[in-house]
Ligand binder design. Structure first.
Ligand SMILES: Nc1ncnc2c1ncn2[C@@H]1O[C@H](COP(=O)(O)OP(=O)(O)O)[C@@H](O)[C@H]1O
Ligand SMILES: [Mg+2]
Length: 277
């Protein structure tokens, strides 16, 4: 692949360099700098509308930066060099996406059966056949605690909120990703289901992908229980920049006027059923 630079011995998965992104006259990201190493579990936090989803979508190439760069590791190439996402062609981006998965904010499930949802990306991105996908689909459902014999052919409309979230995670697992992104994976779920999803994110993060490269997970969340249990590196966006970068124990005790009111709001933001609507 072209447009790449060698990865260093630090094995960075993502390097974001002075990233700016506006919509019309509304600046959303105004100088984001962030480096994520292979194997890290990173939580992106920050007030509603501060640009967390826009940041994820810029990392994954759905939005292009106005200025600055997003570099991301190419696991199809030897020594996984870093590529400038905005400079990749659609085909090149698809080549990188073979090793990524995204669990979207509202699950983004497709209308159709559970199997149709599980098979969609492996067919589109990895060009796999049904015979290749079926055993992986069964295993992914078992991994998220769903019974493949019962629900493989069910319509996604028949699933509860918690089951739909588990299916969204199973769909990510079928890709056996090296890099996995979650956008508010527990918002609006009841505490028991939140606990199940925390465990799933944790076990998925620790499991080694088939490629033999430690998995990197990036989780947008307001869920303090997730932050407490999984102890990720916390990155807070505020006013278009990274305002805090460090552990949760420090984050929750900070008295800055930018951080403390947000920490106090987190439970209410986390409880919302339809974030950002
Ligand atoms: N496709 C888009 N077109 C115009 N504005 C957008 C678009 N996507 C997001 N925005 C705006 O960017 C800001 C940040 O949005 P978002 O990243 O979704 O926030 P959050 O941190 O809650 O995920 C919001 O003001 C939102 O309205
Ligand atoms: Mg969002």
């Amino acid at each position: 692949m072209t447009i790449s630079t060698p990865n260093t011995e630090d094995h960075f998965e993502i390097i974001i360099d002075d990233l700016h992104k506006s919509f019309g006259s509304h600046p959303v990201l105004s100088g984001v700098n962030l480096k994520i190493r292979r194997g890290e579990l990173v939580a992106i936090v920050g007030g509603s509308g501060c640009g967390k989803t826009v940041l994820l979508k810029t990392i994954t190439g759905h939005f292009s930066p106005d200025s600055g760069r997003v570099m991301i590791a190419d696991h199809e190439a030897q020594n996984s060099p870093l590529c400038d996402v905005a400079k990749l062609s659609d085909d090149q981006l698809d080549q990188l996406r073979v090793h990524w998965a995204v669990v979207f904010q509202r699950n983004a499930l497709l209308s159709g059966s559970v199997y149709f949802n599980l098979a969609f990306w492996p067919k589109e991105i990895k060009e796999m056949t049904d015979a290749q996908i079926m055993p992986l689909a069964r295993k992914a459902l078992l991994d998220v605690g769903l019974n493949p014999d019962q629900i493989m052919n069910s319509d996604r409309e028949s699933l509860s909120g918690g089951m739909a979230k588990r299916l969204a995670i199973a769909r990510a697992l079928v890709m056996d990703p090296v890099l996995v992104f979650y956008d508010e994976p527990t918002s609006g779920l009841d505490p028991e289901m939140c606990g199940t999803i925390h465990s799933l994110i944790d076990s998925t993060h620790r499991a080694m992908p088939g490629l033999g490269v430690a998995r990197t997970s990036v989780v947008v969340t307001h869920d303090t229980e997730l932050l407490r249990r999984l102890a990720p590196r916390i990155v807070m966006l505020h006013a278009g920049k990274v305002f805090f970068d460090g552990p949760f124990e420090e984050f929750q005790t900070r008295t800055d006027p930018e951080i403390k009111p947000y920490v106090q709001q987190m439970a209410a933001l986390h409880a919302r059923n339809h974030p950002d609507e």
